[in-house]
Design a protein around this ligand. Structure first.
Ligand code: BGC
Length: 377
């Protein structure tokens, strides 16, 4: 009898331990795939949160409600070693020091509007000028420097919904603009960004994400050795203040020809200051299409860009000057990261020949961009 009860006790303990282990495993599974939230500090009297999106492979993207910033995207390389392929910081204070739009949602207007002035019909508007005489990326306090409201989409595995209402007159823009951005990390290692907006007065809208990529995950490696292909037969030349001069010029026979993949550094010496130009994508409709492929042989990583937008601002981090440091303390110098910003053309409100960026009341602004990461083994 004694023996049997001893045996039962041992069995009960075994069952209990097995149950606990299983539970532990299912808990880890849960925290592996999905989305989690942590407090990340305060600014503007508002609480800021950092969300971690994890897909089934364990790939993680972190997004802050301050600026809707993608703070990190950790992915494996060809040897299965993981690193962070975007510039960013681990604390809010890093962003409050105003790095140049690292990972941020940019709005109300991505890129420049000449002299901060434009007209809609006969009404003249004047925006804040924050880039010499021009308006850049939404002004002094663009969408990259506000705290967004956030919600988790419970019907999806790793989807974060961000929303922000930009008030009539903010940074000089007309109309109350309601913006929603939906970030999803898919199991195919795609970071999908879906933008929606509505307004109560006609206003320019041009939203984008300003992630800086270095596919090696190490800012000691220049992005001039990355290889890039852009499906663009034309680009918009700019004046000395980086405002398009209104022409659409062929890339053929110039340093701007990325129609066949080439090293970014190959022709950059022929572009004074480096690439900081809008490429006119060759796609002819607003469907979501692959428009660029970036790759790096050190890590084997490859990044595809898909967009519904007509333009791509290719920026080779020309103004990065070591002021900001990477997580490992290394200085973020010129050409140590690059941006592929999907958008309408810069200064469109002043260029009637460019596709319009004016959102009318009653209409829906809707655009999707996907960054898809893979590895060549
Ligand atoms: C612009 C650059 C600017 C950078 C950071 C890019 O989108 O084209 O001229 O320096 O953003 O602000």
């Amino acid at each position: 009898m004694k023996y049997i009860s001893g045996f039962s006790f041992a069995l009960a303990v075994t069952i209990f331990i097995t149950f606990c282990n299983n539970k532990k495993e299912s808990d880890t599974m849960e925290s592996r795939q999905g989305i989690t939230k942590t407090n990340w500090g305060n600014t503007d009297g508002k609480e800021v949160f950092l969300y971690t999106l994890t897909n089934a492979k364990g790939v993680q993207v972190k997004i802050s409600t301050y600026g809707g910033i993608v703070t990190s995207w950790i992915v494996p390389d060809k040897n299965n070693a993981t690193s962070n392929i975007v510039l960013g910081f681990d604390s809010l204070s890093g962003y409050l020091a105003k790095p140049p739009y690292f990972g941020a949602l940019v709005g109300r207007y991505g890129n420049r509007i000449a002299k901060g002035k434009f007209k809609i019909n006969t009404t003249q508007y004047t925006l804040v000028t924050n880039n010499g005489q021009n308006h850049l990326h939404g002004g002094n306090k663009g969408f990259d420097k506000v705290v967004w409201d956030a919600a988790i989409d419970n019907d999806a595995t790793a989807t974060l919904l961000l929303s922000y209402t930009s008030k009539d007159g903010e940074e000089g823009y007309p109309g109350n603009l309601k913006v929603n951005v939906r970030y999803t990390l898919t199991n195919d290692d795609e970071l999908k960004i879906e933008y929606n907006a509505t307004t109560d007065k006609a206003t320019p809208v041009n939203l984008t994400n300003h992630s800086y990529f270095n596919l090696t995950g190490d800012v000691a490696n220049s992005i001039l050795d990355h290889t890039l292909m852009i499906k663009a037969d034309n680009y918009t030349p700019v004046d000395t203040t980086l405002i398009p001069i209104g022409e659409i010029k062929t890339v053929k026979g110039t340093a701007f020809d990325f129609t066949t993949a080439k090293k970014i550094g190959r022709d950059i010496d022929n572009v004074p200051g480096g690439y900081d130009h809008n490429f006119v994508l060759s796609k002819t409709d607003t469907s979501l299409q692959q428009v660029a492929i970036l790759s790096d042989s050190i890590s084997g990583r490859l990044l595809e860009v898909f967009t519904m937008e007509p333009g791509l601002q290719f920026y080779t981090g020309n103004f990065l000057d070591g002021t900001f440091k990477a997580r490992d303390g290394k200085p973020i110098n010129q050409h140590t990261a690059l941006c592929l910003e999907t958008q309408h053309f810069p200064d469109s409100p002043n260029e009637p020949s460019f596709p319009t960026t004016i959102l009318q009341p009653g209409k829906q602004y809707h655009t999707i961009t996907v960054y898809k990461l893979s590895v060549n083994k």
